[in-house]
Design a protein around this ligand. Structure first.
Ligand code: CA
Length: 238
């Protein structure tokens, strides 16, 4: 994160399958990144401790210390608590994806993935980190978020669609604000709930679905931009 010019960024690739590790490393290097590849959780922790990268691509199923534990460890240390982490997961591992996102990973890529998907996700994660957008909105925030025909005034708790004001409940507004802080990124129900509980709204994971459904209805034509990511959570379409 020390380097805002994205293509010189350093990336740590943690993957025990050699073919995939080499392919990912090669692809990223060709795009100009400085890449280190390791094959275990132990080596990942050692590499981060000796020289923290700008981003980590992390396989979840590793021998020894697994990806979830690595993720958890990185989030607990002050020096790496904001380090962008993209998980590498296999198809059908929705439970692991949810666990990883809840453990603090920023995003995930499902294997097998194309070169374009890999580079796009890496760029987005580095861009988000350099913009410091990895934060939840605060009370009194004067920031305005614009996505498609949707404008969110964080401090004023106002939302417009095509310049027309939309009436939202406090909880619906909060959920929309959470999703809008990182367009294109997936938030699990638990992450959304955690944020709401910070405001002492006592609701369940199922209730998140109900609020999302209501939010979509109230947003009218902008409702289509709230995507359900099956088995994982929700995201605001970029
Ligand atoms: Ca693996």
């Amino acid at each position: 994160m020390s380097n805002p010019s994205l293509t010189n960024s350093t990336i740590l690739v943690v993957e025990d399958e050699e073919d995939i590790r080499q392919l990912v490393t090669y692809t990223l290097r060709k795009d100009g990144y400085q890449v280190t590849g390791v094959s275990s959780g132990e080596d990942a922790l050692a590499a981060v401790a000796s020289s923290p990268p700008d981003l980590v691509l992390l396989d979840l199923l590793l021998p020894g210390i697994d990806g979830l534990s690595v993720c958890d460890w990185l989030r607990r240390r002050k020096e790496t608590s904001h380090l962008p982490i993209i998980m590498l997961t296999a198809k059908g591992e929705e439970d692991d994806i949810v666990k990883g996102l809840n453990a603090g990973a920023n995003d995930y890529i499902t294997k097998p993935f194309s070169r374009n998907v890999l580079l796009a996700r890496v760029r987005a994660a580095l861009r988000n980190a350099s913009l410091g957008r990895d934060k939840t909105p605060q009370e009194g925030d004067t920031e305005t978020l614009s996505i498609h025909n949707l404008v969110i005034h964080l401090g004023r708790h106002e939302v417009t669609v095509d310049n027309e004001p939309v009436e939202l409940s406090a909880t619906e507004f909060r959920i929309l604000s959470i999703l809008a802080t990182k367009p294109g990124w997936v938030f699990t129900r638990e992450q959304i709930l955690d944020d709401l509980h910070g405001d002492r709204y006592a609701i369940t994971e199922r209730a998140v679905d109900v609020h999302i459904a209501a939010l979509r209805r109230r947003l009218g034509t902008a409702g289509q931009y709230i995507n359900t990511v099956r088995g994982v959570g929700y995201r605001l379409k970029e």
